[in-house]
Design a protein around this ligand. Structure first.
Ligand code: FMN
Length: 269
């Protein structure tokens, strides 16, 4: 309680200094406060070393987490946290089910995503059904860079699938709609406490037959979803390093990511 009062006192002073609108709800004021902490932690103006910035960042995250806990605000991830957590997971707690309602809500995020020429040619098939999941699983190829691994074992397989299709009667060119839609779904899955893997290595003929799809519907991607049972660690990929992901001795998935300075080729201030 004392801590709560202390936080509130600090916050009130801060709010007054910043001329915060008095009619705003307590929650939205706290959210602004948290945002300022985040901004401070990420500020480019902060002229200090990378390691120190990282520590400040961690400290700021801890404070904002504490504030959210104290005021019982549901913990909200920043977009960067959400993206960092949205990895490709290939092993799941299969007994943790994912409902068709949840899958529908995820497709709704895709529905609201931008679409080239606003043609919206994407269609979806969802499955939260064990029997159907088993059949879909057989049409997929997992982790090409891990040749000694045949994909998730029984009990570690996805609890649900979203199959992304294009309706060729609308267009045969969906530009990058499926990429954007997929990311919306994967971010939404993370927000809901799930995770998954985008899969392009699909036996499309077999899957199309299984789903009894008409000719005009073309399979683009399969999103395998569930409660992740593995840890994915992002490593630094040096300019001439190996981009292939690998598994370490603790069975963590290690994924090298290129450095920011290696991908921004020109910067005009
Ligand atoms: C368009 C696309 C297709 C992919 N296809 C497959 C696939 O067929 N099988 C698979 O196991 N992983 C597949 N992946 C997952 C990638 O291997 C994974 O995203 C990559 O290793 C980076 O890991 P990260 O998502 O954790 O950053 C695909 C990812 C994308 C974006």
């Amino acid at each position: 309680m004392q801590v709560r009062v202390l936080f509130w006192a600090h916050f009130e002073t801060f709010a007054k200094q910043k001329n915060c609108h008095s009619e705003r709800s307590e929650e939205s004021q706290i959210r602004s406060f948290i945002l300022v902490i985040d901004r401070f932690a990420n500020a480019k103006l902060l002229r200090t070393s990378y390691t120190r910035k990282k520590s400040i960042n961690k400290f700021a995250n801890l404070i904002s987490f504490a504030i959210q806990k104290i005021y019982l605000i549901p913990y909200t991830m920043t977009i960067k946290e959400l993206i960092l957590k949205t990895r490709c997971y290939r092993r799941f707690y299969e007994d943790v089910t994912i409902t068709s309602q949840t899958l529908t809500e995820l497709v709704d995020l895709a529905r609201l995503t931008s679409s080239a020429k606003n043609m919206q040619p994407l269609r979806y098939v969802i499955s939260a059904n064990r029997e159907m999941n088993t059949k879909i699983f057989k049409t997929l190829a997992w982790a090409g860079y891990l040749p000694d691994w045949d994909g998730p074992a029984e009990g570690e397989r996805p609890a649900g699938y979203i199959i992304v299709l294009r309706d060729n009667t609308i267009t045969e060119n969906n530009y990058c709609d499926h990429g954007l839609a997929t990311q919306s779904i994967m971010l939404g899955a993370t927000e809901k406490g799930f995770g998954g893997c985008v899969i392009a290595a699909i036996n499309k003929q077999e899957l199309s037959r299984l789903l009894n799809l008409p000719q005009n519907l073309e399979i683009l991607l399969v999103l395998a979803l569930g409660k992740p049972k593995e840890t994915v660690i992002l490593d630094v990929l040096e300019e001439n390093g190996d981009h292939k992901y690998w598994r370490d001795k603790d069975n963590n998935q290690r994924v090298p990511k290129r450095k920011l300075e290696n991908i921004i080729l020109q910067s005009f201030d």
